[in-house]
Design a protein around this ligand. Structure first.
Ligand SMILES: Cc1cc2nc3c(=O)[nH]c(=O)nc-3n(C[C@H](O)[C@H](O)[C@H](O)COP(=O)(O)OP(=O)(O)OC[C@H]3O[C@@H](n4cnc5c(N)ncnc54)[C@H](O)[C@@H]3O)c2cc1C
Length: 369
């Protein structure tokens, strides 16, 4: 991996030596933020850095606090809204540093249902209003067929839909390499194919142990055993390609049996997903899942029938028993995990929580010494 020159402004905090275990989404974002603030950072990953094996690589990259609130408790929404305040600024800074776009898009998302499933849209609205009060209703806009056609011309066969204007998405296949490039520019020490165990002030590898002022455990499912009740939840997605259907933003199909999202990407590609199966099986996508995803997509627009399947992806989301994220800290060690199906939605808010825990630990250490 080529070494890049270290940016000159990375000078403050240089005395604090931090190890980050896991170069998935959390590990990369933390390494970038902390190295930008001037901490001396080492980043370890069990796999390849250029071709990550974590859930971050499989994900669709949606940043959708309202859509997720339908299935999730309020803290996910609140953390997600906090993240949404930070993503645009962080992405602008990252893109400037690396000179590459990561296709962050805040164009909202659209929810549709077939006429026979119209109650799904009403139920969605009721759930949001129940959880958010009047503020929930204010964040949704009902669209009739004319409104839908104006916003998403390809959805003109639907009679109704909901528009969630604040939602965003990012192309994770562009964000992850951009973060890697930025941390290299910041002088972060990188260790790939290096599985580690985490202990306070210490990282243990097959070769021995290395001491650090602080260790941050961001190993996702790799931290199994270190985080109470951590489990993997299998998710399958497909990537299809066609120039015949041009969606402008993520579209979700509400259906009593299948939940489908379609996230348009550059080069006429669309990421469709995702299954959610209580299993840690990482084997390839099942025929059943691929049929359900494909037929749900086909029901959004028949021209998807001729789309080419260019990739299938399977991974397990790292989840806690209550599906909420955890940031645990003790002297010399912070663990951040349980991002479940919300990594991109929650990561900036959790990075800020880790930074908060870090400054508290630093203050405590200063008082002791
Ligand atoms: C199908 C699917 C779709 C998804 N879609 C979305 C979405 O649209 N929006 C959203 O917000 N979230 C989505 N997610 C969830 C998101 O991908 C995860 O929440 C996120 O990737 C978790 O980030 P992480 O860094 O904690 O873990 P990971 O991304 O899994 O990264 C963990 C890293 O730790 C490394 N590691 C493991 N063990 C060790 C070890 N012992 N030593 C060193 N390194 C180790 C791994 O190699 C990996 O690189 C989706 C997930 C899936 C599976």
């Amino acid at each position: 991996m080529p070494q890049l020159p270290v940016r000159k402004e990375v000078v403050a905090h240089a005395e604090l030596n931090i190890a980050i275990a896991g170069a998935g989404l959390m590990g990369r974002l933390l390494a970038w933020r902390l190295s930008t603030e001037g901490y001396r950072v080492s980043l370890f990953d069990a796999g390849s850095l250029d071709n990550p094996s974590g859930a971050c690589h499989t994900a669709a990259g949606m940043i959708s606090p309202l859509s997720e609130l339908f299935h999730c408790p309020l803290p996910i929404y609140e953390l997600g809204m906090h993240s949404l305040q930070n993503w645009p600024r962080w992405v602008a800074q990252l893109e400037q540093e690396v000179g590459v776009s990561v296709d962050y898009r805040q164009s909202g998302s659209v929810l549709v249902a077939h006429p026979q499933d119209r109650s799904e849209l009403l139920q969605f609205q009721q759930e949001l209003t129940a959880k958010l009060g009047g503020a929930g209703g204010d964040q949704l806009r009902w669209l009739d067929s004319r409104g839908l056609s104006a916003l998403e011309p390809e959805l003109d066969r639907f009679e109704q839909g909901l528009f969630l204007a604040s939602e965003a998405d990012v192309d994770n296949r562009k964000l992850l390499p951009a973060l890697l490039q930025a941390v290299m520019q910041n002088g972060v020490r990188l260790y790939e194919h290096t599985a580690v165990e985490c202990a306070p002030n210490e990282v243990l590898t097959a070769r021995g142990s290395e001491a650090f002022d602080l260790v941050i455990d961001a190993r996702g499912l790799g931290a199994n055993g270190a985080i109470h009740g951590l489990r993997g939840v299998r998710g399958e997605v497909m990537v299809v390609e066609t120039a015949e259907v041009q969606l402008q933003r993520p579209v979700r199909l509400l259906h009593p049996r299948y939940q489908l999202y379609a996230v348009p990407r550059a080069n006429h590609q669309t990421v469709i997903g995702a299954t959610e199966i209580e299993s840690e099986d990482m084997s390839p996508i099942s025929l059943r899942s691929s049929m359900e995803l494909s037929s749900a997509l086909y029901s959004i627009h028949p021209a998807f029938a001729e789309a080419r399947v260019i990739e299938t992806r399977v991974n397990c989301r790292p989840a806690t028993m209550d599906n909420l994220p955890v940031v645990e800290s003790e002297p010399g060690l912070i663990r951040v995990n349980g991002l479940f199906r919300h990594g991109y939605l929650l990561a900036p808010a959790l990075v800020l929580q880790v930074e908060d825990a870090l400054s508290k630990l630093t203050q405590e250490t200063e008082q002791v010494t």
